[in-house]
Design a binder for this molecule. Sequence first.
Ligand code: B1M
Length: 216
Amino acid sequence: MADFSELSKSVIAGDTARTASLTEAMLNDGLHAKDILDEGLIPGIKTVGKLFSKGEYFLPELLMSGEAMRAALESLKPILSSGDIPPTGKYAIGTVQGDVHNIGKDIVIMMLEGNGWEVTDLGVDVSPAEFCSAVEKNNFQVLGMSALLTSTMPKFAEIINALKTAGLRDRVKVMIGGAPVTQALADEVSADGYAPDAAQAVIKAGQLVTSSGKGG
Ligand code: B1M
């Protein structure tokens, strides 16, 4: 039985070298990338969030643990994003303006790519105009938006309104996600879909293109 708690602890400690080496060792032992993520890395970073909320961790600790996560993701990326399946469609995704959290978005990207999606990463701190421009210039089936801060969640409605104003809303299915995001918010802002995690984001994206007949 793998000891995922050691991996969680190394993320909590913000120990980049140890997080990277434990991740590599687990992969070499034949453990699944998704289990390493779901059982070790994500519980670790969630604990960091809780410590930050309680005032026991400060910004430097948040940064160090974020770095440790990123180092582990480098090792998982080739596995999560490889998949020998036919192309599913084109997906663009970005973190909304005012928000620089990208770990969750990047995991969503890896899982989408692993399931045949051609993904364009619009990056972080993406303005409504940049989202609109991406949709205008490309033939994406799905536009994904991620937000991790309650203060940046209102950007979803702003971006969807900007798409409507630009006459682009019907060109693309819109999905939202991120730790504080809920289905209720998706309904409120008239997004086409919401997913609580990366695995379900892949399922939801597939459902959206199937229901619209926009599959690629
Ligand atoms: Co920040 N941060 N942070 N942070 N940070 C949170 C989000 C926070 C909850 C911590 C806390 O207080 N407990 C809190 C927000 C509170 C709130 O809004 N109510 C917070 C804060 C306050 C801040 C700052 C304001 C701190 C400050 O400066 N005083 C600041 C804001 C900077 C900004 O964006 N303008 C800040 C900065 C940072 C760092 C840069 C240091 C770092 C980010 C590093 C990076 O991303 N490169 C950081 C981190 C690491 C966190 C926590 C600890 C971890 C986030 C994370 O990576 N989670 C976080 C606490 C927490 O989330 N519990 C916290 C793991 C990741 C796998 O989960 O992103 O939820 P998540 O993604 C999941 C799902 O949500 C879903 O799939 C993913 C994989 O399963 N998903 C989607 C995500 N996007 C999706 C899109 C979809 C579908 C599903 O469809 C399109």
